[in-house]
Ligand binder design. Structure first.
Ligand code: ASP
Length: 465
């Protein structure tokens, strides 16, 4: 990073990027033809974020995609005019119709909270009901919408403080009569937030739906609008009164899947169909016109149901992903640092190597809560199968059946917020609140649930009871 505070910048351009713009007498929003050593391109020069590198310029080409061109490859830039971004979304008043369900949309940030202007590619916050209505007018078909921006962070910055505030706001909105809640969230840690909300806001009388978008809306392939429409429809019209994630289902723009908050995981860094239910089947599929349930057992909407809000949380919990050759000092360091709870994602049925047992013994002596989950994600921890598993259990390690590692991490953080007693915490961890442990996996689920189309659809139809 440059420590030259006086470095000249222009709309995020600096160094070689800025130099090449200056050299050819063009700037941000110029409509240019660019001749590079790799060919010719035509497009609009977009601003760059201050944290991007200084060696590229970014061009929005006519397909709508943005491309980066290395400054050193640029031979000539010819300006054909200029098209400045319109940072303002046409605000339209969100129509309020008595009789329509009232939905509250809380924003936490992530890609879904912003809209990129189609022509310019500039990031524009789109959050008020009027802005959302201007961008996705279909939303008004389903509900009366109120929006509230709680945070504006990428989801790696969500943490205990945000979870508690979000849970409290959701509870309050429900108490004030919301018929459904939607939470706009970055996709990267959406499954963590879905899990913790399941524990913090129990027995909700109405749906609590997390939604995001994997691709920003300046891309022709953006999933933002479909995801938002389906999430709003889920909150307004479905009778699933649980914490769920509603995101893009198959690889093309057909429908979204509704996943239970404790069984869902982001499984691909860039696919739109990144969220998958693991160890179970999704609750339902939804498109702008219909909702098809895949499961009959779920908590139904009931405005009279009493919620239980419990936002106690301990940040003295950690998640250890075991790797072969791990030395006991890693676990020992966690214990010495003062972590009270450790979730291990072990190999296979839930294993760590022999040298680690020394650290497990230390954990046991210090009363640290140690739980085992599986790196395979599908399947159950089976610590009775091998002698080593039994040995670990003697050292105090508690297997967590088919609870996903991140869900176990969130649940242990929540459980240690309630008690530090080993037995009490164990009984909280093993008592299922929202299907974080299930009795069995669906027949053939693992073979078919890796996102393939059309096999997934066929499978879903076949298991619909
Ligand atoms: N990095 C972003 C986030 O999780 C990605 C997204 O919004 O989808 O906040």
């Amino acid at each position: 990073m440059s420590n030259n505070a006086a470095e000249k910048t222009n709309n995020g351009y600096r160094g070689p990027g800025l130099a090449v713009l200056d050299k050819h007498g063009v700037g941000v929003w110029s409509d240019v033809e660019v001749k590079t050593t790799g060919g010719k391109f035509r497009g609009i020069i977009l601003p760059r974020s201050e944290t991007s590198d200084d060696k590229h310029i970014v061009l929005k080409i006519c397909s709508g995609y943005n491309i980066g061109l290395a400054a050193e490859t640029i031979e000539l830039m010819t300006e054909h005019g200029s098209r400045k971004a319109n940072y303002q979304i046409a605000e339209q008043e969100f129509p309020i119709e008595p009789g329509k369900p009232n939905v509250v949309l809380f924003g936490t940030g992530g890609t879904i909270a912003s809209r990129l202007d189609y022509r310019s590619g500039a990031v524009i916050p789109a959050f008020s009901p009027g802005e959302l209505y201007g961008s996705v007018p279909e939303l008004a078909d389903y509900c009366n919408l109120r929006t509230e921006e709680l945070f504006s962070v990428f989801s790696e910055n969500m943490g205990p403080e945000q979870y508690v505030e979000l849970a409290k706001n959701i509870a309050q909105a429900i108490e004030y009569g919301a018929d459904g809640i939607v939470v706009g969230h970055g996709t990267d840690t959406m499954h963590h937030t879905a899990a913790i909300l399941t524990f913090m806001v129990q027995n909700p009388p109405v749906p609590i739906v997390l939604v995001g978008s994997q691709r920003s809306s300046d891309r022709p392939s953006s999933d933002a609008a479909l995801n938002l429409i389906c999430a709003i429809k889920t909150a307004a019209e479905s009778d699933i009164a649980e914490v769920v994630v509603c995101m893009f289902g198959p690889t093309s723009d057909q429908y979204c899947l509704i996943h239970r908050g404790t069984r869902v995981r982001k499984m691909h860094s860039s696919y739109r169909s990144t969220f998958r239910t693991l160890g179970d089947v999704p609750l339902a599929m939804i498109d702008p016109k219909s909702i098809t349930m895949f499961r009959e057992e779920y908590r139904k909407r009931d405005p009279k149901r009493q919620m239980i809000i419990n936002t106690n949380y301990s940040d003295e919990v950690t998640l250890l992903y075991y790797y072969p050759g791990m030395k006991p000092d890693v676990l020992e360091a966690m214990i010495e640092t003062g972590y009270r709870g450790i979730v291990i994602a072990g190999t296979g049925l839930g294993h760590v190597n022999k040298p680690t047992y020394r650290a497990l013994k230390l954990a046991q002596e210090r009363g640290v809560h140690v739980y085992m989950t599986v790196q395979t994600l599908w399947g159950f921890a089976g610590m009775y199968v091998y002698e080593t598993g039994r040995e670990m259990m003697k050292l105090g390690v508690v297997p967590l059946a088919n609870m996903l590692p991140e869900v176990a991490f969130m649940k242990l953080s929540w459980a240690l917020g309630q008690s530090d007693d080993l037995e009490e915490v164990k009984s909280i961890m093993l008592k299922t609140i929202g299907d974080e442990i299930t009795l069995r996996e669906p027949y053939n689920g693992y073979l078919l649930y890796q996102g393939a189309v059309p096999e997934v659809q066929e499978f879903l139809k076949s298991i619909k009871r």
